[in-house]
Design a protein around this ligand. Sequence first.
Ligand code: IPE
Ligand code: IPE
Ligand code: MG
Length: 241
Amino acid sequence: MELSTNKLPVHVSIIMDGNGRWAQERGKERVYGHLNGVESVRAVTEECVNLGIKYLSFYAFSEENWGRSEEEVGYLMKLMLESIGKEFEVFMKNGVRFVVLGNRERLNPTLNAAIDNVMEGTSHNTALTFILFISYSGKWDIMHALKKVVEEAVSSPEGLEKARNMKLEDFDDYLVTAGIPDPDLIIRTSGEQRLSNYLLWQGAYSEFYFTDVLWPDFRKEEFRAALAEYAGRDRRYGKVK
Ligand code: IPE
Ligand code: IPE
Ligand code: MG
């Protein structure tokens, strides 16, 4: 499939869903699905590097996902730790900058240290920014930003003035995604059609692409199909064309 490069999204974001069902369909434990899902992340990342897409982000673990069994949460944390370590070299080779966004305070120190290490090591890479949203929720992000604004407002007269005069776009700087363009395209796999508390503010004008394909089966072909559909969308932003 030929993709016209002038209609590629700047930022693609993916709600990876369906790992558990993928494993269950094969008579395996849910964690087997998560393990195979890592391969899809790799495939899509490679494709973004090849196509020159600048930002790729993944909803890897939501605030709500802390409510899963201790076994599953523990496995996911371990898998993220291992995958981040393994990918470091590949990121360096491909010029990928690695970023984790979310409520980092909830992550264990070993994982946080590994994240810091790879984030620092890849911070000068410019081909692709690869973002993992871990322990993230859109409501948390907005509330967390609001608290920072309040903190500034009560700490100095300048801060108060700044808060009073704040424009919508100024608020972006307080969200965890400060400096990162809003997602042009949000893909969700596995047939579910909801945001599940993802990028509530930043997704205000995103295009959505839903597919029944389960995340571990979502590879280059499926990704290219999503990009092709995006290329045909008419983004009007409330105006009349
Ligand atoms: C997505 O797959 C991965 C995470 C949410 C961490 P699920 O684990 O939600 O898989 P299903 O939706 O139960 O099949
Ligand atoms: C959304 O998937 C969260 C991630 C992909 C990390 P879930 O499977 O947790 O969402 P719900 O429960 O179907 O809304
Ligand atoms: Mg799910």
